[in-house]
Design a protein around this ligand. Structure first.
Ligand code: DP6
Length: 337
């Protein structure tokens, strides 16, 4: 009753922000993301009849409180689905190039959902596993799939829009600060929904941006995609800025990177920014321009590093006979799905 799963992080091009149903964790808006190859989570789950409780280790730290209860809630769903009563030992590692508050619940809950269902002996269709991940953290639903992925409002699981190699782009992550974010996304979106007069406008307009993003992705049209991506991010942040009190993720370096992206564009480089519930800026550009854009972003004062990502693969499992250290080694040595 052991499984080891790998899932990659994703960055939304059409953003999810706000829940239609808090208890079931259903998003209020449709979203579309790109799964990234360079940011991933490795998770090993072992159900064991001798255990007296669930336990979880993340990057070597024992989890307690809410981080642990979010995991046990997902494990409870898996236990119910598999009709088993055993507790589980979870070990997980974020293979992100830097500990800069980039660690994402998306790859984490996607890897957990896949590893836990497999360890429980369930061979579920991927969209059902995606639905389990969504109930834990909605953006995690998208990380079960590689490439370009949509999560519709009200839909249990995510769906593939296009394969990773559909469109030769790169996503550059400009790291602008160290340490974890101040306000988590769940808390930030709940507060926005409760207090921002712009929230309703965001929810009404997000489907229009989702359609623009999806059509541009399918048409491989970066010139059409970029402006819709930027509007989705800025409109989401506008809804937070209008909350009471405001939720502000922008730092001076965030704005400097955004300004640099606009300058690059004025000089003829197709580069477009997006940002999430944190101060880092993610820049979408053509694969062929990635090295030059990464150099330009790295020169902005305050940028700590730039991580170059390409479209990443579906979540997958490794041989459950490996111990955790061997699994990490296997992934680091470039073993893929
Ligand atoms: C800004 O998926 O972390 O990254 O469902 O409450 O766990 P919960 O929220 P989460 O929110 C992600 C918000 C975002 C945009 C996005 O990924 O679509």
């Amino acid at each position: 009753m052991i499984a080891i799963a790998i899932a990659h992080s994703n960055i939304a091009l059409a953003k999810y922000w706000g829940k239609a149903d808090v208890a079931g964790n259903f998003p209020a808006v449709p979203s579309l993301s790109l799964t990234l190859d360079a940011l991933l989570t490795i998770t090993r789950v072992e159900f064991d009849p001798t255990l007296g409780a669930d336990s979880a280790l993340l990057d070597g730290e024992v989890l307690t409180g809410r981080p642990l209860s979010r995991i046990t809630t997902l494990l409870d769903r898996v236990r119910e689905r598999a009709s088993i009563g055993f507790f589980a030992k979870v070990e997980s590692r974020n293979e992100f190039p830097t500990a800069a508050g980039l660690a994402s619940s998306a790859s984490g809950f996607a890897a957990l959902a896949l590893a836990a269902t497999r360890a429980a002996g369930l061979e579920l269709p991927i969209d059902e596993i995606s639905g389990m991940a969504r109930a834990a953290s909605a953006s995690a639903a998208r990380s079960l799939y590689g490439g370009w992925v949509a999560l519709r409002a009200g839909s249990p699981g995510a769906e593939r829009v296009a394969a990773p190699d559909h469109f030769p782009v790169a996503m550059l992550v400009a790291v602008t600060a160290a340490g974890p974010k101040a306000v988590g996304s769940t808390e930030g979106m709940t507060h926005t929904r409760a207090t921002s007069p712009y929230y309703a406008t965001w929810v009404n307009h997000a489907p229009v941006l989702f359609e623009r993003v999806r059509d541009a992705v399918l048409a491989r049209d970066l010139a059409a995609l970029g402006p819709a991506v930027e509007q989705s991010a800025l409109m989401m942040h506008a809804s937070m800025l209008a909350a009471d009190p405001a939720v502000i993720y922008f730092l001076p370096t965030t704005l400097a990177v955004i300004a640099r992206v606009r300058e690059l564009r004025a000089q003829g480089t197709a580069a477009f920014f997006t940002m999430d519930a944190g101060p880092h800026v993610k820049v979408l550009t053509q694969k062929s321009a990635a090295a030059d854009v990464a150099t330009a972003l790295g020169e902005v004062a305050g940028v700590k590093r730039v991580i170059v990502c390409r479209p990443g693969p579906d979540a997958y499992c490794l041989d459950p006979g490996l111990d955790f250290a061997q699994a990490v080694e296997r992934v680091r040595s470039g073993a893929g799905p």
